[in-house]
Design a protein around this ligand. Structure first.
Ligand code: PBG
Length: 350
């Protein structure tokens, strides 16, 4: 009888000790005030983390709204100069240029990509002289220039790898001559990083950097972008024979490993939020400067919900951008760059 009471007493005491122990660890303690939350914060988003993608159109003094991307305009070169001056004064380190090519200038070979006076090259020259201290990133891929909307050259319904790579090298050189600081191949052909590096070096562009879209997925989230550059109607079929299967993660490591070996200076994962696991795996494995592209569809989802009053757009913007940093990204290509930079500046002052 006595024993029984004793063992119950022991059990009660053990339980009390357990709960005292549990309550000795209160993670909420560090969250109780703003100063304390700031003190324990693990990641910080700054303006230095932002790359701003902009869309270009022919003409002068014109901004043309992209209907599927509220708040985003296609800009003529003179308007782009003004916009990039604003970006630079906000402290944004780099912009990425994407052209809307006149359909009359598109052909099966994407020849306009090699024209030293094409829209991107004219924008590069204007931006380099007007805003010399901002980084200029250019997209290497043929899709803005091809009549079929694919990133590569075609034979029947096949995308030709090696012939495309030869053209991409020439496209990269054309951009480097016009003033590109960073060549960003988004085409996903095999071997293009090594070929572009060799081409740049042979032409004395040894300092031009390469930001490789190492892991670019065949994604539904590019829809609004294809409207912005006018390829959605043109595109025949899909891009699944060159862009990656969204179901694959290990394969992203292989893609990145090849790109690093071939001379990539920076890696990129695209799209962004649905692929944060890939960002983390690439960062952990390669320890390279690693970027995420918060693509058009991600931007438009947040904007659409915000415009419907379904969520706080600014808060969702800042949360999503911070998440990229937490996942290991060194920076983010985002259509929110200007809004985020303004918001960050406001927070610093406030
Ligand atoms: C094409 C390219 C795409 C994007 C950047 N470069 C679309 C595609 O592969 O079809 C998408 C960017 C975005 O959705 O914001 N080379």
């Amino acid at each position: 009888m006595h024993d029984r009471i004793g063992s119950l007493e022991n059990a009660r005491r053990a339980a009390a000790e357990d709960s005292a122990l549990a309550l000795a660890r209160r993670p909420r303690r560090n969250r109780r005030a703003d100063w304390s939350r700031r003190l324990v914060r693990e990641t910080t988003l700054t303006v230095d983390d932002l790359i701003w993608p902009i869309f270009l159109i022919e003409g002068e003094g014109r901004r043309e709204p992209v209907s599927a991307m509220p708040g985003v305009d296609r800009l003529t070169v003179d308007e782009a100069v003004r916009a990039v001056e604003d970006a630079a004064s906000l402290g944004i380190p780099a912009v990425a240029l994407f052209p809307y090519t006149d359909p009359a200038k598109r052909d099966a070979q994407g020849s306009e990509a090699l024209n030293p006076d094409n829209l991107v090259c004219r924008a590069l020259r204007a931006l380099k002289s007007a805003v010399p201290h901002i980084g200029l990133v250019t997209d290497v891929a043929l899709d803005p220039y091809t009549s079929h909307g694919h990133d590569g050259l075609m034979e029947g319904d096949r995308i030709l790898n090696d012939a495309t790579v030869a053209t991409l090298v020439r496209q990269a050189l054309t951009q480097a001559h016009a003033g590109a600081d960073v060549i960003a191949p988004s085409d996903m052909m095999d071997g293009r990083i090594g070929a572009i590096r060799a081409g740049l070096d042979a032409a004395d562009f040894t300092d031009v950097q390469i930001m490789s879209y190492a892991a670019k997925y065949a994604s539904a989230f590019y829809g609004p972008f294809r409207d912005a550059i006018g390829t959605s109607k043109a595109l025949i079929g899909d891009k699944k024979t060159y862009q990656m299967d969204p179901a694959n993660g290990d394969e992203a490591l292989l893609e990145a490993e090849l790109d690093v070996a071939e001379g990539a200076d920076m890696l990129m994962v695209k799209p962004g939020l649905p692929y944060l696991d890939i960002v983390r795996r690439l960062k952990d494995r390669f320890r390279m400067p690693t970027y995420a592209y918060q693509v058009s569809g991600e931007y438009s989802m947040i904007q659409a919900a915000a415009r419907n009053g379904w969520l706080d757009g600014d808060a969702a913007m800042m949360e999503s951008l911070t998440s990229f940093k937490r996942a290991g990204a060194d920076g983010v290509l985002t259509y929110f760059a200007i809004a985020a930079a303004k918001r960050l500046r406001g927070e610093r002052q406030g």
